[in-house]
Write a protein that binds this ligand. Structure first.
Ligand SMILES: Cc1cc2nc3c(=O)[nH]c(=O)nc-3n(C[C@H](O)[C@H](O)[C@H](O)COP(=O)(O)OP(=O)(O)OC[C@H]3O[C@@H](n4cnc5c(N)ncnc54)[C@H](O)[C@@H]3O)c2cc1C
Length: 834
């Protein structure tokens, strides 16, 4: 065992599935190293449930693949994986929960997952032991069920071996180094293996493995318990009569799952207060390890379970399992390339690893073998967290992610843990002006501004009598100013007022979390030209938008490129994707030193000044010529604001006259005060991200990973004018043109949604022509400047004509939606050019 093409570290279900899928794609020279026995980490004690329910597109697709794939293993390997397709019911006790289910039904429909709605009576028919008097409805996944995790792993291992893969058990990886030629050397207690790629699938050991290559992997496990009761006569009776299993039951509002197990019942709650564990990693001899049980912590959940299924309270506890479940700050796994390391891959952080293993192995194998996954993996990309996600952050956030597995996943929820970590200098000023903050990539960023003294009263806040009563932030000592919802919530009007103000007067916004970097050197222009779709600005001060495509012509990243010197460019991209975008740039850079990369994200702040009076405000604090001739749209200049040197870029994401002011971060408050002072006579006011997003939608501007995704070609996303026709090369060009010539499958359109009273589209809703699914919404909301409920959507090209009438299902109700011309607000860009 001294060389292989790929070394997979870790013999849990995730590692073995990765090995299987690599071998299936024809890479048979692959080796898996497991320190003990297969499944001896977390896999052996999992409850084996395969929940399809997930609001993340990436995770939903991954789970769906697994549920379709696992049953096929038996025919291939002659090993039974113990898949019981008993279906899965999720109960709803509140209207918000029903809204969540209706919203989810749209995601499921567009992914292709079957889900149906049940009345309380229908629940009772399937689950006669369940009390249904206080539920208002439920959803059911008919294809969902549970599996035997160890049997599944063994079947995957056999399938992999049948394709030539090798598995070495009782072998520990002790070190990993990369040679100058890029090859990896994986050292084990039984010798070294040289390989092209390394895949880390080490479960609770993820951070220890990461340390071997200098990576701080954002995974820390949390304790999770489930327990099994003695047999119950009623269940035994059902069995004797040959009645079907009642299936998996989830009471979301009380945060637990339940299913039959060997004639008894199995209950698994997700409680508040479950501690992070293995913070320094498991011990060297850890194997089949469980922690002492702590049922006291679960008591509130046990009580609700007894209320729901009285039979559950009538039998004793037979066995408790308290094991480590790997977690990440947002609860989704980490699947994809490691940042800053070539050919080092991560398949870690799985909290639903039995469910996800199939799909995660499948996509990661494609990524390694073909260079790309086949589905949009942004929701699980390892680079969605940054270096801020260190130990302390992970403990807080991962415990929170665990406790919130079953909370209603509101689209506007802003979680409370680990807040206030990254603040821009003007944070306190914005706070004083009423900012209600959201969080992106660890940064605090104003979402909207509440009027002075505004707060919600107790009667404003729904307090349904359920365990998971969480539709507004819980911040000690702070007044509550927002309520989360799938519908228009209390901040709706206030955001509208911000839009109206910016569009009639002038507004200021803090966009400092933008990812920023400097690309410089004699080869910089040529390299950017070879890599990105658009032309590279030739004149100092010119700006353009340009895109990094995948090999298949899908959209990976969006950059604003601003030429700042003869051989120097300043690149700006989405704050949430800093590590992702910068990693692609750094890995694609020539190695001859002709191009350099410098990260500027935390060195530079960004204030946006926008609205018809923006020029008047800026003119009071700078000597620069701000006229259209002196400072045209889509250009940038180094100017002084008072005594502060800044780069002012005449662009913005809201479609109004305005400038993005990029400045040394330590001068932010000086500049902020200058602008506020100068703007006072024009009634300058701050505005937040929510107003910005709605204004961007009125301009049909596109966002990653909504309208722009690796699954849609850049032409499908309507980026034609940012794709240079003159250039003979940029990354992904060949397939992009081939796909265009073959005929596209989708067209991005703007729609007006009719008869909306309190729930606009949010993105992910299904679009119908009659009963036929013909597209999906990518973004939605109310356009305050045009006075219409709007949606951006991908539809079949033959239905993309302006005037076409389709239907969008919003929270279970069909709305007529008409395709309208793009950029319903100011299609001629008169405001921007004013
Ligand atoms: C009580 C409980 C119930 C659960 N129920 C469910 C459920 O119903 N459904 C579901 O989907 N998920 C469930 N889970 C989660 C599930 O168990 C995990 O997500 C899954 O097992 C993760 O698999 P893995 O392969 O990533 O990790 P593991 O199974 O932990 O495998 C990692 C392996 O890597 C090996 N390794 C680590 N370091 C090295 C090294 N240096 N050299 C060699 N080998 C190394 C370890 O020995 C280990 O075997 C549950 C978890 C718990 C705790």
């Amino acid at each position: 065992m001294n060389s292989a093409r790929v070394v997979v570290i870790g013999g849990g279900v995730v590692g073995v599935s990765t090995l299987y899928h690599l071998a299936k794609l024809g890479w048979s020279d692959v080796v898996l190293i497991e320190r003990k026995e297969l499944t001896s980490g977390s896999t052996w004690h999992a409850a084996g449930l395969l929940p399809l329910f997930n609001l993340s597109y990436s995770v939903g697709k991954i789970h769906q693949y697994s549920v379709d794939f696992y049953p096929t293993l038996e025919a291939e390997t002659e090993l039974n994986v113990g898949f019981s397709r008993v279906s899965n019911i999720r109960l709803a006790k509140t209207q918000d929960r029903m809204d969540e289910y209706h919203y989810y039904a749209g995601v499921a429909k567009t992914i292709g997952v079957d889900v149906d709605f049940l009345t309380p009576d229908e629940v009772k028919e399937i689950w006669p032991l369940c009390e249904t008097h206080d539920i208002i409805g439920a959803i059911r996944h008919p294809d969902d069920g549970y599996i035997q995790p160890a049997d599944l792993t063994q079947a995957l291992a056999k399938g992999a071996r049948q394709c030539g893969a090798k598995i070495h058990r009782n072998t520990t990886v002790t070190g990993i180094t990369q040679k100058a030629n890029g090859e990896w050397v994986v050292s084990t207690d039984k010798g070294d293996i040289t390989c092209e790629h390394v895949v880390s699938c080490t479960g609770n050991f993820a951070r220890q493995t990461g340390r071997m290559v200098g990576l701080d992997i954002p995974v820390i496990p949390v304790e999770h318990q489930y327990f099994v009761t003695d047999q119950h006569p009623l269940i035994m009776e059902r069995r004797a009569k040959g009645l079907p299993e009642m299936g998996v039951l989830r009471e979301s509002d009380s945060s637990w799952y339940m299913r039959e197990e060997a004639g008894g019942l199995l209950l698994g709650p997700y409680e508040v207060g479950a501690p992070a564990c293995y913070v320094d990693g498991p011990a060297a001899n850890s194997e089949y390890e469980l922690f002492p049980d702590d049922l006291d912590r679960l008591m509130p959940h046990i009580e609700t379970a007894i209320d729901r299924v009285p039979a559950f309270g009538e039998v004793g506890v037979k066995k408790v399992y308290n094991g480590a479940i790997a977690y990440t700050p947002d609860g989704s796994p980490i699947v994809g390339p490691a940042w800053d390391r070539k050919n080092f891959w991560l398949n870690e952080g799985h909290s639903f690893g039995i469910t996800a293993a199939g799909g995660a192995g499948w996509q990661l194998a494609h990524w390694i073998v073909d260079g790309e996954p086949t589905i949009d993996m942004m929701g699980v990309d390892p680079r969605r967290f940054g270096e801020y996600a260190d130990e302390g952050y992970l403990i807080e956030k991962n415990e929170e992610a665990y406790a919130k597995v079953f909370t209603v996943h509101y689209p506007d929820e802003e979680r409370e843990a680990a807040r206030g970590l990254r603040r821009t200098p003007c944070y306190d000023r914005m706070k004083d002006l009423g900012a209600v903050f959201g969080n992106v990539f660890g940064w605090e960023r104003p979402n909207w501004f509440a009027p002075h003294g505004y707060e919600l009263s107790d009667s404003d806040l729904d307090r349904p009598d359920v365990l998971l009563n969480h539709n507004h932030p819980h911040v000690e000592g702070e007044s509550i100013r927002e309520k989360w919802s799938f519908r228009r919530s209390n901040y709706f009007e206030h955001v509208g007022n911000e839009v109206k103000h910016v569009t009639s007067k002038v507004g200021i916004q803090d966009m400092s979390p933008f990812a920023k970097c400097r690309i410089a050197g004699p080869g910089a222009a040529e390299w950017l030209g070879e890599l990105l779709t658009n032309f590279v600005p030739k004149t100092i001060g010119r700006l353009c938008l340009s895109y990094l495509l995948t090999k298949e012509g899908g959209v990976r990243s969006e950059f604003t490129i601003y030429k700042t010197g003869p051989q120097e460019f300043y690149l700006v991209s989405a704050g949430a994707y800093e590590r992702h975008d910068h990693d692609y740039l750094k890995k694609a850079m020539p190695t001859d030193g002709s191009v350099t990369f410098e990260r500027l994200t935390t060195a530079m702040g960004v204030l946006v000044l926008a609205g018809p009076r923006a020029r008047d405000v800026l003119a009071k604090v700078t000597r620069a010529d701000l006229s259209n001739e002196g400072f045209p749209w889509l250009t940038g200049q180094k100017i002084s604001i008072g005594t502060a040197p800044v780069d002012a870029l005449r662009v913005n994401f809201i479609g109004e006259l305005g400038w993005e002011i990029h400045h040394p971060i330590e001068m932010q408050n000086y500049i902020f005060d200058k602008l506020m002072e100068a703007g006072a006579e024009f009634d300058i006011k701050p505005f937040g991200i929510r107003a910005m997003t709605l204004m961007a939608m009125e301009k049909s501007y596109k966002l990653i990973p909504r309208e722009l995704s690796i699954e849609y070609s850049a032409h499908e996303s309507g980026l034609d004018r940012f794709i240079s026709k003159k250039k003979e090369h940029f990354h992904g060009r060949e397939r992009l043109l081939e796909r265009q010539a073959a005929g596209l499958s989708n067209t991005l359109v703007t729609m007006e949604v009719m008869d909306v009273t309190d729930a606009d589209a949010r993105g992910s809703e299904a679009i119908y022509l009659g009963e036929e699914l013909v597209g999906r919404v990518t973004s939605g909301g109310f356009g305050w400047r045009v006075g219409k409920s709007l949606a951006l959507a991908m539809v079949r090209p033959e239905l993309a004509e302006v005037g076409t009438e389709l239907e969008i299902a919003i929270l279970g109700k069909r709305h007529k939606a008409v395709i309208i011309p793009d950029s319903p607000f100011d299609p001629e860009n008169e405001a921007l050019r004013a």
